[in-house]
Design a protein. Structure first.
Lengths: 506, 331
């Protein structure tokens, strides 16, 4: 079971769902409690232990359906194994053909083993399996040893089923990993499908050999061999299903095309200029306020705090020699950047994104969104990849359609609907855009609502004020909602703005 | 405490808390694994109510800590009673001579005094706040940390020790561990994202607005005065209103308020006029009220969602909004 869960977790991770090892352990413990009896319960259990962000729930549901969808074969087995479990006296039942008992040798369920079994296990630990003939390396060998071990431990026909089930399952998993890994040269055609058959044959042979080594009942082995043939016969269908499923599980294409494009340099900034930008941004950032905390902290100025003063002055017999002052501190600001990446500002937006990138690297609490007519969050790109790469990703058209006419009204509406909860009174909203809506309604209401939720709004536009009256620029409509509107076209100007802001404060 | 998931569900139902299987599963797991549960969802879907019902169903006391910005350890965990400490020092001043007795030199006196010093940093002078209460309580209570998203991030960080090990460290005394881990329920309205670390330590549960069936059941349970037909109609209407693009959709709490007010008014069925009169019960914003009325008045007493009013795109309305907003700003 744990391999299955682990593999499922791997799939989740591949789809950008963050699951920590602690959480997957939790999932396993939780499944021990609920059992695998009902699909719905398993789903809820996994969901509550693995998924902590609402955005991920949808992904989880989709993947769960896909991942645990080999129903037809699984159901047959379930029925069979339930019976086995009953006379075994254990509350475990099967689903999807996984073994509820888990493989962890120290798991509680093994506590019912008698001394004979433990002897067997000891034997195994020393033996450590045959030397490597197995093409799949250490991990798979170990797994093989585990289930063959369990098979012997149980000495029941039902165990064979489990073991075989597991073999087929592992085959599926192995296939799932191998096939789409980056740089894989295997074509997805017929050639690819034959491979697992060989693999499985090797595995079975290995298992059988191993059983011989251990001097297990001949009948048991024969039984195993018979069943293996049956499994081998049905394997192609299983694999087909698997490939089908895997295709769905696999997400986007690889990024190779994108990689190539990003080889060219996006910015030809000299290091000096970069430093200048950074310094300017730092200066601006100092002007971005966070909210006052309600928690008081000791300081040299502020109000006198009676309990603290009393406590500190106990040593002077309660005479307040040494008053304690406390005051509210200012929180670190949170910044939300909303950046226009449309055609009209294309020249600027690369500069802006550079700025955004700097902002994000300087502050921990920066979220970045880009918009044209739709809004998309790109915080992650800037965090994960290098700047050039991130900028390229933004313009690649995968995040949003960057080639339509910009429409801040619509973007603001969307932003309001989707991301309003991420704003609060500590947030500073920085909008980078020219406010040109190409004749679409400006939708000042949405912007107004957004600005009401944040501490301050700074709009940075490339166009000087006299240009606003030309063409369809909605800046005059938006301006009243912003605490500041700054014109920035270059690093110099940015530095200038920073200076202005600093002066304004003093 | 509970034997199975079904058991959880039944016992909660006894407390008039209607829940689906998912919720019951999470509650069951939380109790079995001794893990805190983090419940997220819009306001008024019964997050807090779950904690209350659970406490009642499991026959445990409920300790509630309402979080707010600026909440700190002194309010949530423990506080030394400075006043009491001072008072005791004053009162015991004479006693000290007695305790010290005839001593040779200061060193011995100091040593003797040191033997007594934990008198002043003992539990006697400790004011227990909710979390410490939950830990030291003889019978494990249900601890509700309500609206955790309102507290500061520092507070979250400080909760981590408690949430993972059910213990708190008090510098002067040491680590206080819970003998029986309390059932911890955290609720959040998602006004901000909680930290990964906190989420990782909890089971996560998302509660949303209920399905019509569940809501109908809730109305029947909690507002028994409402007739079957009316209840059905009421729930349908509410569900429809939730389908509109509102700033604040009516929650279960509002459904129940509405149901009760309809009972008070003795309304036989729901019609446009009635909705108009009682709208303030379910919708709390002007702009939302407009939308609901436009929707209800959409066709002659038909409330068909299929012909949803294009409220957002309506240019007149946009004009109205603009007018309103500029108007507001001139003030």
């Amino acid at each position: 079971m744990d391999t299955v869960i682990n593999d499922f977790v791997q799939v989740l991770r591949r789809h950008q769902v963050r699951v920590s090892p602690a959480e997957s352990l939790d999932a396993l413990h939780a499944l021990e409690q609920t059992g695998l009896g009902e699909r719905g319960v398993v789903r809820d259990t996994l969901r509550t232990t693995l998924i902590k962000n609402l955005e991920d729930i949808e992904t989880f549901d989709r993947l769960f359906d896909l991942y645990f969808s080999l129903r037809p074969t699984a159901e047959k087995r379930t029925a069979k194994l339930d019976v086995h479990d009953h006379d075994h006296g254990q509350p475990t039942s099967m689903e999807f053909g996984e073994d509820a008992e888990g493989e962890a040798p120290d798991s509680e369920e093994h506590s019912h083993e008698d001394s004979e079994n433990t002897e067997f296990r000891r034997h195994f630990d020393e033996d450590k399996m045959r030397p490597s003939e197995d093409i799949h390396g250490e991990a798979d060998k170990m797994r093989l040893s585990m289930f063959s071990q369990e098979l012997i431990l149980n000495r029941k026909p039902g165990a064979l089923d489990q073991a075989l089930q597991r073999i087929t399952h592992q085959l599926k998993l192995r296939r799932a990993r191998g096939m789409f890994s980056p740089g894989d040269l295997v074509t997805h055609g017929d050639g690819g499908q034959e491979l697992p058959l060989d693999v499985s044959a090797a595995d079975f042979q290995g298992l059988v050999d191993h059983l011989h080594d251990l001097e297990v009942d001949e009948s048991l082995i024969r039984q195993l061999e018979e069943q293996s043939e049956e499994i081998l016969r049905t394997l192609p269908q299983l694999i087909e299903q698997m490939v089908e499923r895997q295709k769905k599980l696999e997400k986007k294409k690889d990024d190779s095309a994108l990689m190539r494009r990003s080889l060219r340099k996006v910015f030809d900034y000299s290091p000096a200029e970069q430093r200048e930008t950074e310094a300017a941004i730092r200066r601006i950032a100092r002007q971005i306020h966070g909210a006052k905390t309600r928690r008081l902290k000791q300081d040299r100025t502020g109000h006198i705090s009676v309990p603290h003063t009393l406590r500190r002055n106990v040593r002077y017999e309660g005479i307040p020699f040494n008053p304690v002052l406390r005051r509210h501190h200012e929180k670190r600001p949170r910044v939300v950047m909303l950046c226009d990446v449309s055609m009209s500002t294309r020249n600027m937006s690369r500069f802006w994104l550079h700025m955004v990138y700097q902002m994000q690297s300087l502050f921990s609490k920066v979220r970045t969104f880009v918009f044209v007519a739709d809004v998309a969050e790109v915080t992650q790109f800037f965090e994960d990849s290098s700047m050039d790469r991130a900028v390229d990703q933004v313009f690649s058209g995968r995040v949003l359609d960057a080639d339509v006419n910009s429409d801040f009204g619509k973007a603001a509406e969307q932003f309001r609907n989707e991301y309003l909860p991420s704003l609060n009174h500590r947030t500073t909203l920085v909008i980078l855009g020219d406010g040109r809506n190409n004749g679409k309604p400006p939708n000042a209401g949405a912007l107004e609502e957004i600005t009401q939720h944040v501490r301050q709004t700074i709009w940075i536009t490339p166009e000087p004020k006299w240009g606003w009256s030309l063409g369809s620029c909605d800046m005059p409509v938006y301006e009243p909602f912003c605490d500041r509107v700054e014109v920035v076209r270059s690093v110099d100007q940015l530095a200038g703005v920073a200076e202005e802001l600093v002066k304004a404060r003093v | 405490m509970f034997e199975s998931i079904e058991d959880v569900r039944e016992r909660l139902a006894e407390q008039e808390y209607v829940c689906d299987r998912r919720l019951a599963t999470v509650v069951y797991l939380a109790l079995k694994l001794d893990k805190p549960v983090l419940i997220e969802g819009p306001a008024g879907v019964g997050k807090t109510e779950l904690a209350k019902s659970l406490a009642a169903a499991a026959d445990r006391s409920l300790i509630r800590l309402q979080c707010y910005e600026g909440l700190d350890e002194a309010k949530a965990l423990y506080e030394w009673e400075y006043g009491k400490q001072l008072l005791y020092t004053q009162v015991l001043r004479e006693k000290i001579g007695e305790v010290l007795g005839p001593t040779k030199g200061l060193r011995e006196a100091a040593a003797k005094l040191r033997e007594q010093e934990d008198v002043f940093f003992s539990e006697n002078f400790l004011v227990e706040r909710p979390i410490l209460q939950a830990i030291t309580s003889e019978t494990p209570p249900v601890l509700l940390l309500d609206e955790i998203d309102r507290a500061d991030e520092e507070f979250e960080a400080f909760l981590l020790e408690f949430l993972s090990d059910y213990q708190v460290s008090i510098p002067e005394i040491g680590t206080v561990e819970a003998e029986h881990p309390p059932v911890v329920i955290l609720t959040s309205n998602r006004t901000r994202e909680l930290s990964e670390a906190l989420k990782r330590r909890c089971l996560h549960l998302q509660i949303d607005y209920p399905s019509p069936e569940v809501e109908l059941e809730i109305v029947r349970l909690k507002a028994p005065g409402v007739g079957d037909a009316l209840a059905k109609e009421l729930v349908e209407t509410i569900q429809e209103i939730r389908g509109l693009d509102l700033r604040k959709s009516p929650s279960i709490g509002e459904t129940l308020d509405w149901a009760r007010s309809l009972v008070v008014l003795g309304a036989p069925n729901i019609n446009k006029d009635l909705i108009e009169e009682t709208l303030s019960v379910i919708v709390k914003y002007d702009r939302d009220a407009e939308k609901v009325l436009a929707h209800v008045g959409g066709g002659p007493d038909s409330k068909d969602l299929g012909q949803k009013e294009p409220t957002g795109e309506n240019p007149n309305e946009a004009m109205y909004e603009m007018h309103r907003s500029t108007h507001k700003h001139t003030h």
